[in-house]
Design a binder for this molecule. Structure first.
Ligand code: ZN
Length: 267
C-alpha cells in the first residue's frame, strides 16, 4: 500500500512507521491516522517484522490532531458524529497500538503534544531526544478535558498528571525521564540509531514469549483499571465538547485557543 502521510521502512526485523507531514509539524489528519493504523496492521501481519517503531520525519514527533482540518470538515458535526469519529480514530486506533501483539517503541523528537502525546504513550517503550518536549494544553486552549485517551496518570503518575493537564505546561525530555515516562534520552543526532539498536535487541527475543509477556504486562494495567478508566474518560471528554465553555471557545475562534495553548506550553 502506498502511503502519503506516513513513511514506512523495514530495517531488518524492525518496521519504522513515521509521521510524514513535517511541513505541518506532523499534525495528525484523518488520513494520517488511517494510514498509521493501516501501517501498524501491515507490520503485525508481516512475519519478517518483530518490533514496530512509531516515529516521525522532521523536527517534531507531532503537534497533535490537525485542528485546521477539524475546523474545515468537522465543525458542523453533531454530538453523535463527533463521538463516532473520535471513538474510531482517536480511541480505537490508540488502543490498537497499546494492544499490538509485537513490541512497540516510540521515537520522539521535538514537539509531542496532545494527540501526538497520546500516540507516543501507547507504545511499550519511549525513547526521546534531548530536544523532545511533551504537553497536553487542551484544557486551557480548547476547553477540552485532556486528549481523548487519558493515558497520562499511567505513564507519569497521578500527581504529575494533575499539574501537567491543569497548567498545560511543557515537560522536558529530562523531566519525563525522571518520572519514568520515557525509557531513555539521547542526543538528537543519535535518536534513530539508539532506537534501532534497542529495537534490534528486543527483536532477538522469542516472538511468542514477547507477545505473552506483553499480554501479562498489559493485563497488569487492566487489573488496575487501565482500560475501564480510559473508556470512562473518553465519555467524559465528549461531555467537554458540548459544554458552554467549549461553545464560547469556538465562537471566539480556534486560533485564539491555539495561541493560548502555545503560551501555556511555551512554544
Ligand atoms: Zn475530542
Amino acid at each position: 500500500m502506498a502511503y502519503e502521510t506516513v513513511a514506512v521502512e523495514n530495517r531488518g526485523a524492525v518496521a519504522w512507521i513515521m509521521h510524514d507531514r513535517p511541513q505541518v509539524r506532523n499534525a495528525e489528519s484523518s488520513q494520517l491516522l488511517d494510514e498509521l493504523d493501516a501501517a501498524l496492521a501491515a507490520a503485525v501481519a508481516d512475519n519478517s517484522v518483530c518490533v514496530v517503531v512509531i516515529g516521525a520525519r522532521g523536527d517534531h514527533f507531532s503537534a497533535g490532531h490537525d485542528l485546521k482540518e477539524a475546523q474545515a470538515t468537522r465543525a458542523g458535526f453533531t454530538v453523535e458524529e463527533r463521538y463516532t469519529y473520535e471513538e474510531k480514530r482517536y480511541f480505537e486506533y490508540a488502543l490498537r497500538i497499546w494492544d499490538c501483539p509485537k513490541p512497540t517503541i516510540a521515537s520522539v523528537q521535538g514537539a509531542c503534544v496532545a494527540g501526538g502525546f497520546m500516540v507516543a504513550n501507547m507504545c511499550d517503550m519511549v525513547v526521546a531526544s534531548e530536544d523532545a518536549f511533551f504537553a497536553d494544553p487542551v484544557c486551557r486552549s480548547l476547553a477540552s478535558a485532556a486528549a481523548e485517551v487519558l493515558v497520562h496518570p499511567w505513564v507519569m503518575g497521578l500527581r504529575s498528571a494533575h499539574e501537567f493537564l491543569l497548567t498545560g505546561r511543557r515537560m522536558s525530555a529530562q523531566e519525563a525521564l525522571r518520572l519514568g515516562m520515557v525509557n531513555r534520552v539521547v542526543p538528537r543526532d543519535r535518536l534513530e540509531a539508539e532506537v534501532q539498536e534497542l529495537a534490534a535487541t528486543v527483536a532477538q527475543t522469542y516472538p511468542f514469549a514477547a507477545r505473552l509477556v506483553k499480554r501479562s504486562l498489559k493485563r497488569t494495567a487492566d487489573i488496575q483499571g487501565f482500560r475501564a478508566s480510559l473508556q470512562s474518560h473518553f465519555d467524559t471528554h465528549q461531555l467537554s465538547h458540548v459544554s458552554d465553555e467549549y461553545r464560547h471557545m469556538r465562537e471566539e475562534g480556534l486560533a485564539a485557543g491555539i495561541a493560548r495553548g502555545k503560551e501555556a506550553s511555551g512554544r
